[in-house]
Design a protein around this ligand. Structure first.
Ligand code: WT7
Length: 649
């Protein structure tokens, strides 16, 4: 059995308890309270979730049953009728929040807009009427391919108001990717913009839509937001300007009462093989999950200014820029552009300008901040911050410590939130008023989440044994299917470990019940019969003072099965053999001889997808000297690849 375990070599013993004042005020404020909630949710999930759903959501018609059926086909809150936008907007108009800022938006060029709850409600109603006028009905799919402008949030909420299903495609995807997703969803309408701003340049979106429509015949109409003034071609009877349609639209639009299991959105995510997977989320369970996790994990209060730096094109933006914060009546900040435009201090200027109190970003961004230097955050007043968060990949302890010290001023708890497009909301995370955090650990399951770490045979592993991360019980915000392909849904998530949801990640649980994510299991190397997580080797490399970023992949190795190849970006301009030797020694020292790198390759940057994931397949191909680079539509920077190739020759 132990041969199945993934060997874990990361040791991290520092602990950071929450400041007392933070705990005293927090929504969940003690270990006992957390334990009690977690135990109740495990033993009596229907009682637990039913109570929360009744207390925290507004229903047009009450549900009859809390959950129905076993995983994977569990239905939640059946018989109930509600509308997500009634919960995110209308109910806040009945009290003082109607004049509270819902969205504080800043464009890359520095233009700003503030939408109070009643402004947002009005715009959503108007666009919902526009959608109806264009022939969109409940259940129809609408693609949103837009920059980070308020109209994106308005469009998604307008869809939800009438029961149309939005499918947001991140603005960095190519025309082909848009066509593929339009076809898979059989979308009827696309909402886009002339262009968006990115590092001072215009990113043409409408042009890409035009190209995509040559290959996606289901799309009948296109609505275009004028954002930058970029010249676009408008096809008569197909393309319409947003502002022209909105001019004539009524501000009255009742929220349609929808079944709890009515589909809310599709969001495509890449699998290890095949075409992108259309993860489908539904109405009530998703709304409850994001509402509660926003409150528990971000400790949202009415006087907070909350900023999640993700793009709405990813699940993080769906759940924690739009739905979760708005359901809580919070003020959510939305920024259009790049973090280093016009300079590397942009994010910290935004924090200072709006008095951001809760800041949620990704480890890849944090490593960029570290590389840019402490002076940039040093120039801004960050004293408004009270809580920091991360998501997307394991955060290496060095980056965690920097975040804690330089951004958090050693006073802000850090919530390292583990979850996925498929889970809808946060699953494993510290509770900021409760958990004594350990750098690099996403700590413990939230109430209602029952994880386990198992062998390939589904047997539970003991403390500190690495294995597969699974969920033993269903939760309200879990995906319901992969759009149009229920078999693939069953196969991908429920066949590996029968009866449990398989997340695709490796993890271990330490002797204190803390979870440590070891990365996707297909990133796991088998070196001389020992399974090693690439992330742990990366973490070791990054802990070296001269390493800014590292990506580790395996390559076929005659003696060891798999060898370890490390792509390293340095903070200094030193690409010497001496530094290579030093890094090899450093990894040996940090982890042990088993993890000795076979190759160190210096690179100008590590190739990443737009969401910040290291393009491991590409690196594996380079490490193995293969020519095929596969599908690179999500490649952030083609030049990086070219440079790596050059160094090969
Ligand atoms: C995968 C999900 C959830 C929104 C962003 C990514 C990795 C995510 C963490 C974390 C370690 C993490 C996992 C997961 N991941 N958060 N805090 N610590 N790993 O969404 O594109 O669906 O990716 O991201 O590998 O399976 P996604």
């Amino acid at each position: 059995m132990s041969g199945d375990a993934i060997q874990s070599v990361l040791q991290e013993d520092r602990q950071f308890p929450p400041p007392e004042a933070f705990s005293a005020d927090a929504h969940i404020s003690s270990e006992e309270q957390y334990q009690e909630m977690w135990q109740r949710a495990k033993d009596d999930p229907d009682g637990f979730w039913g109570e929360l759903a009744r207390e925290n959501l507004d229903w047009f018609e009450p549900f009859e049953q809390v959950s129905e059926g076993d995983m994977p086909d569990t239905k939640w809150f059946t018989g109930g009728k509600l509308n997500v936008t009634h919960n995110c907007l209308d109910r806040h108009l009945e009290n003082w929040r109607k004049n509270k800022a819902a969205i504080i938006w800043e464009g890359e060029p520095g233009d700003t807009r503030v939408l109070r709850y009643q402004d947002l409600h009005r715009e959503v109603c108007r666009f919902a009427n526009v959608l109806k006028q264009l022939g969109i009905e409940a259940g129809d799919r609408v693609t949103l391919y837009m920059p980070m402008v308020p109209e994106l949030a308005i469009a998604m909420l307008a869809c939800a108001r009438i029961g149309a299903v939005h499918s947001i495609i991140f603005g960095g995807f190519s025309a082909d990717a848009v066509a593929e997703r339009n076809n898979d969803a059989q979308a009827k309408l696309v909402v886009t913009a002339d262009a968006g701003w990115r590092r001072g340049k215009e990113l043409p979106l409408k042009e890409a839509v035009d190209k995509s429509l040559e290959k996606s015949p289901s799309v009948e109409k296109v609505v275009v937001v004028r954002r930058t003034g970029y010249d676009v071609e408008m096809v008569p009877d197909r393309d319409y300007w947003w502002h022209e349609l909105m001019e004539g639209a009524s501000i009255e639009c009742e929220a349609t009462p929808l079944d709890s299991e009515h589909p809310l959105f599709i969001l495509y995510t890449s699998g290890s093989t095949g075409k992108p997977k259309g993860v489908l989320h539904t109405t009530a369970g998703y709304l409850l999950g994001t509402t509660m996790t926003s409150r528990w994990v971000f400790d949202l209060k009415d006087d907070d200014t909350y900023w999640c730096t993700a793009d709405i094109g990813w699940i993080t933006g769906h759940s924690y820029i739009v739905y979760g914060p708005l359901a809580n009546g919070a003020t959510t900040v939305m920024y259009e552009g790049a973090p280093n435009w016009p300079d590397e201090g942009r994010f910290w200027q935004i924090v200072q300008k709006y008095g951001v109190s809760i800041f949620y970003t990704a480890p890849t961004a944090i490593r960029a901040f570290i590389k840019w230097g402490d002076d940039w955050p040093g120039q801004a007043d960050l004293s408004s911050l009270r809580l920091l968060g991360t998501v997307g990949e394991p955060i290496n302890p060095e980056a965690w410590m920097w975040y804690h010290r330089v951004i958090g001023g050693e006073k802000c708890p850090i919530v390292d939130t583990w979850w996925q497009t498929e889970t809808g909301g946060i699953m494993l995370s510290p509770l900021p008023g409760v958990t004594a955090t350990k750098p690099g650990s996403c700590t413990k399951p939230l109430p209602g989440v029952v994880p386990d770490i198992v062998t390939k045979e589904g047997e539970s592993l003991g403390d500190n044994q690495g294995g597969l991360l699974v969920m033993r019980q269903p939760w309200p915000s879990m995906l319901r299917t992969l759009y149009g392909d229920h078999d693939r849904f069953l196969e991908t998530y429920f066949s590996e470990v029968p009866g449990s949801y398989f997340a695709g990640d490796g993890a271990r649980r330490d002797e204190h019940g803390f979870y440590w994510i070891m990365g996707r299991v297909d990133d796991v190397l088998n070196v001389a019969g020992h399974r090693l997580s690439t992330m742990e080797i990366e973490s070791a490399l990054v802990s070296h003072a001269q390493v800014a970023e590292a990506a580790v992949v395996g390559f076929p190795h005659d003696l060891k099965g798999e060898g370890i190849c490390c792509f390293v970006t340095t903070t200094v301009n030193d690409n010497s053999e001496e530094l290579k030797a030093e890094l090899i020694a450093h990894v040996r020292e940090q982890i042990g001889a088993i993890a000795t790198p076979d190759q160190i390759r210096f690179a100008a940057a590590v190739p990443k997808t737009r969401s910040g994931k290291i393009m491991r397949r590409l690196l594996r191909d380079i490490a193995a000297g293969r020519e095929n680079i596969g599908d690179t539509t999500t490649l952030e920077d083609y030049t990086v690849l070219a440079k790596l190739r050059e160094e090969d020759e």
